[in-house]
Design a protein around this ligand. Structure first.
Ligand SMILES: Cc1ncc(COP(=O)(O)O)c(C=O)c1O
Length: 417
């Protein structure tokens, strides 16, 4: 059987990720299929952070000395790289946060509290990650804003007719939707959804936690008002994330956190705010992490996001084909043409944690639970699922190891081989 290929040397890519070259247990090669939770880091990112600490560390924007200038260059250089990576119009539109969660909270706390009035409507969906639900729950409790949820169809897609009905019938001010589902893999048609939201006078925030690491995201082509994502899911370090926002929106928004760096002038009577992006970056930022994120962006950019997507699709499609042959295994999510990156499943009535534990014994690392999407699991009618997720370093051999480990789990549970 011939397989489609992409112009990427996956063996060479795997060699860039030192952590992959180990046994999970004696005699069991580590098969890492949990990148949707957090990806591994290539040596280039690890080296960029070590190099920063070994040669350049000082606080940014403050001292007029050589190390402070180097640190500032590393930090601001990363902002420029991220700006180019998502095609933002200006580095001022790139706010460094801790992660996707903090980015969405920033929108809710700053834009939401300054702009929304009781009775205004925010549209979310039933498939959202808790980080795109809970900040809005808190906001709704405190402001009287109403939340509406786009239902998920039996095929694992957003019900766009219901979405359009919300836009027609309600005073919708903001739509906040995940680009790619961390459970179903569904790639939501955000470009069309954004155009429809704008036509109805609403803003649109994209949760890009599972899209920016895997496919080319162009905020200007999408016309997104906000985009949130995390470095640690895109070959970068933990501790740093991004909020992109259109400049005019960010200019009009009040600060989220107050403190050093984010002010222009402070008296005992009050303060005025620094320019973008510093207005939203209070205190000493994650400087080494920014250097790591910059290196991650360079790394992904050199591979080419279209190549990464094409490779992951080959691996994920192969996984869907092979998993669907396993007796008693239920797969969740739409057909292969509308999804990316993850294969989520249950094995008869065996708890997903038990399945994941048996897979781990074979060296296969998957995630089990509700994946921070309890409402979606309620919709699916299961308390927990197991999820294998793929990145550019995964291969069909990894999928074969997963399938073999699931057959082994079937035997352990007396379901046959
Ligand atoms: C779709 C989606 N949104 C948001 C998040 C939250 O990301 P973080 O924990 O980095 O803030 C995740 C993480 O799994 C996710 O998959």
């Amino acid at each position: 059987m011939t397989h489609p290929t992409v112009p990427l040397d996956i063996a060479a890519i795997r060699a860039d990720f030192p952590i992959l070259d180990q046994e999970a247990h004696p005699g069991k090669r580590l098969v890492f299929l949990d990148s949707a939770a957090s990806s591994q880091k290539p040596r280039q990112v690890i080296d960029a952070m070590s190099h920063y600490y070994e040669t350049s560390h000082a606080n940014v924007h403050r001292g007029i000395h050589v190390l402070s200038e180097r640190a500032t260059a590393a930090y601001e250089g990363a902002r420029e790289k991220v700006c180019a990576f998502i095609n933002a119009a200006s580095p001022r539109e790139i706010i460094f946060t801790r992660n996707t969660t903090e980015s969405i909270n920033l929108i809710a706390y700053s834009w939401g509290r300054a702009t929304l009035r009781p009775g205004d409507v925010i549209v979310l969906s039933e498939m959202e990650h808790h980080s795109n639900l809970v900040p809005w729950h808190i906001l709704a409790e405190q402001t009287g804003v109403h939340l509406r949820y786009i239902p998920v169809t039996d095929e694992g897609l957003l019900d766009l007719d219901a979405y359009r009905a919300f836009l027609r019938e309600e005073p919708v001010r903001l739509v906040s939707i995940m680009h790619v589902s961390n459970v179903l893999g569904t790639v939501n048609p955000v470009r069309e959804m954004i155009a429809e939201a704008h036509a109805a006078g609403a803003l649109f925030a994209v949760d890009g936690a599972q899209s920016v690491p895997h496919l080319a995201v162009d905020v200007q082509a999408l016309d997104a008002d906000f985009l949130a994502f995390s470095a640690h899911k895109m070959a970068g370090p933990t501790g740093i994330g991004v909020l992109y926002g259109k400049r005019a929106l960010l200019e009009a928004m009040p600060p989220f956190l107050g403190g050093g760096e984010m002010i222009r002038r402070v008296t005992l009577e009050g303060s005025t705010w620094n320019d973008l992006p510093h207005k939203f970056e209070a205190g000493t930022p994650a400087i080494a992490e920014a250097a790591g994120l910059g290196a991650a962006v360079d790394y992904l950019g050199a591979l080419g996001m279209d190549n990464i997507l094409a490779h992951e699709k080959i691996v994920a499609d192969y996984a869907l084909d092979r998993l669907s042959e396993i007796p008693g295994l239920t797969l969740y999510g739409p057909d292969a043409s509308q999804r990316n990156g993850v294969a989520t499943f249950t094995l008869q009535d065996i708890h997903a944690h038990d399945v994941a534990q048996l897979l781990d014994a074979e060296g296969v690392a998957v995630r089990a639970g509700h994946h921070c999407a309890m409402p979606l699991h309620k919709r699916l009618g299961v308390a927990a699922t197991a999820r294998a997720s793929f990145y550019v370093y995964n291969t069909r051999d990894d999928v074969d190891a997963l399938v073999e480990a699931i057959y082994n789990a079937r035997r352990v549970f007396g379901l046959g081989g």
